[in-house]
Design a binder for this molecule. Structure first.
Ligand code: COA
Length: 380
C-alpha cells in the first residue's frame, strides 16, 4: 500500500453565490487546489466528483466530464460519487483507496453543490431523497423533522437540554464570524439561538445548517507532502430511522471511526482538533460520542463547558461547521479537509488552534446511513 498525502487544497466561499453556476464554482476550487499544489495539472490522472443532486438542483447530470473540463482536465477518467451529504467524503475515500492501491499517483477530488436557485421548500424535498423514500420522504419527513426526532430522543434518554444544543450553534457562529469563507458570519447569543424561529420542534433556525452554494477541491497524491492521510474509512448503516436499533447514535460513524483509528494506529484521545458533520446541532453532539471523544450522553455538558471551543481541549468545527460556514451538500466533506489542512498548516488566522499535529474529519450522509472518517497528520 502506498502512503497518501495531500498536495494542495482549495475552495470557494460557501454561501448564496448568485451569478456563478456549478461549473464556475468547481473550476474555482480546483484552480485553487492546483495552484496550492504548485504542480503541473497534467500529472492528474483522474477526477473524482462529490455531488448529491445536481440533476434536481440545477438540471445538470453527468458531472464527471463537466467538472474535469472546468479545470482543463479533459481526457482523464472523471466520475461522480453520490452518498447524500457524505458525497464529498465518499469521493475522497475512493480517491484515497485508488492512490493507496497504486492505481493512480494523483487524483483530484472536487465536491460541489449549487442549491440556492431553488425555494427552501423544494430544497427540503430534494434533500428528503437522501432518506428512505417509502417510510420517510413520501410521508413528508424532511431532514429537519428527522433530526428533530433524534434530538428529542437524545434529550429524553440523556437529559440533553435545549441550551446545550444552542451552545453548539453559538460556538459555531462565533468561529464562522472569523472565517472569511463562511456563509453565516453573524455572532449569536444563547438567547438568540433559543428564540430562533421554530423549524421542527425542538430545533429552531439556529439549530439548522443553511442552504448554500460552494465547491472544494483536494489533490490526493502518492508523492510525499506536508500533510499525510493516515486514515480514511467509509461505512454504512440503516437508511431509515425506523430500521435503526437506536437513533441517538449512528452505527456508520462508529464503524468508520473504529476502522480509521485502527488504520492510523491511534486512539480518540490523540486527536487534537476535528471538523465534524453538524448539519443540525444535535448531529455535532452525537458525532462527539460516536467518534469516542466523550461517553454517550455527556456531549451536551462537554460542549457547554467550552471544551470544544478554539481554546478548549478539543477544538471542534473551528471553521464554523456546517451550521455557520455553510453546507453545500456535495462540497461539505471535501471542504472539511480543506479547513483541517488550513489548521494543520497554521494558516487559520484568528481561528488558529495551538496543537496542530493530528486532526480528524467526519462527514455524514442522510440520518447517519453513510459516514466517512478521515485522519490527517502534519509531516513537517
Ligand atoms: N441558520 C441561521 N440563519 C439562517 C439559516 C440558518 N440555518 N438559514 C437562513 N438563515 C438566515 C438568512 O441568512 C436570512 O437572514 P437575513 O434575513 O438576515 O438575510 C434569514 O435567516 C432568512 O433566510 P431564508 O433563506 O429565508 O430562511 P428559510 O426560512 O427559507 O430557511 C431553513 C431556513 C432553516 C429552513 C433552511 O436553511 C433549511 O432548510 N436548512 C436545513 C438544510 C438541510 O436540511 N440540510 C441538509 C441537512 S441533512
Amino acid at each position: 500500500m502506498k502512503r497518501v498525502h495531500i498536495a494542495g487544497v482549495g475552495k470557494t466561499a460557501f454561501g448564496v453565490l448568485s451569478g456563478r453556476g456549478l461549473r464556475e464554482l468547481a473550476g474555482e476550487a480546483m484552480e485553487a487546489a492546483i495552484g496550492a499544489a504548485g504542480r503541473d495539472r497534467r500529472e492528474i490522472e483522474a477526477v473524482y466528483v462529490g455531488n448529491f443532486d445536481a440533476p434536481s438542483f440545477t438540471g445538470q447530470n453527468h458531472l464527471g466530464p463537466l467538472v474535469a473540463g472546468a479545470a482543463g482536465l479533459e481526457g482523464v477518467p472523471a466520475t461522480r460519487f453520490e452518498a447524500a451529504c457524505a458525497s464529498g467524503g465518499s469521493a475522497l475515500f475512493h480517491a484515497v483507496q485508488a492512490v493507496r492501491a497504486g492505481l493512480y499517483r494523483n487524483v483530484l477530488v472536487c465536491g460541489v453543490e449549487k442549491m440556492t436557485g431553488q425555494t427552501t421548500a423544494r430544497v427540503a424535498e430534494i434533500l428528503a431523497g437522501a432518506g428512505d423514500a417509502d417510510s420517510e420522504a413520501r410521508l413528508g419527513a424532511t431532514f429537519p423533522a428527522i433530526f428533530a426526532l433524534i434530538a428529542r430522543r437524545h434529550m429524553h434518554q440523556y437529559g440533553t437540554t435545549r441550551e446545550q444544543l444552542a451552545a453548539v450553534a453559538v460556538k459555531n457562529h462565533w468561529n464562522a464570524s472569523m472565517n472569511p469563507q463562511a456563509h453565516l458570519r453573524k455572532v449569536i447569543s444563547i438567547e438568540q439561538a433559543l428564540a430562533g424561529k421554530p423549524v421542527a420542534d425542538p430545533l429552531t433556525l439556529y439549530d439548522c445548517s443553511p442552504v448554500s452554494d460552494g465547491a472544494a477541491a483536494v489533490w490526493v497524491t502518492s508523492e510525499p507532502g506536508e500533510v499525510e492521510v493516515v486514515a480514511c474509512a467509509q461505512a454504512s448503516g440503516a437508511l431509515a430511522l425506523a430500521d435503526k436499533r437506536e437513533i441517538t447514535t449512528f452505527e456508520a460513524t462508529r464503524r468508520a471511526a473504529r476502522r480509521a483509528y485502527e488504520e492510523a494506529g491511534m486512539e480518540p484521545g490523540e486527536i487534537q482538533l476535528a471538523e465534524v458533520h453538524d448539519c443540525f446541532t444535535i448531529a455535532e453532539l452525537i458525532a462527539m460520542e460516536d467518534l469516542g471523544f466523550i461517553e454517550a450522553g455527556e456531549s451536551g455538558a462537554w460542549v457547554e463547558s467550552g471544551a470544544t471551543g478554539i481554546d478548549g481541549s478539543l477544538p471542534v468545527n473551528t471553521s464554523g461547521g456546517l451550521k455557520a460556514k455553510g453546507h453545500p451538500i456535495g462540497a461539505t466533506g471535501v471542504g472539511q479537509i480543506c479547513d483541517l489542512v488550513q489548521q494543520l498548516r497554521g494558516q487559520a488566522g484568528e481561528r488558529q488552534v495551538a496543537r496542530r499535529d493530528v486532526g480528524l474529519t467526519q462527514n455524514l450522509g442522510g440520518s447517519g446511513a453513510t459516514s466517512v472518517v478521515t485522519i490527517l497528520r502534519r509531516t513537517v
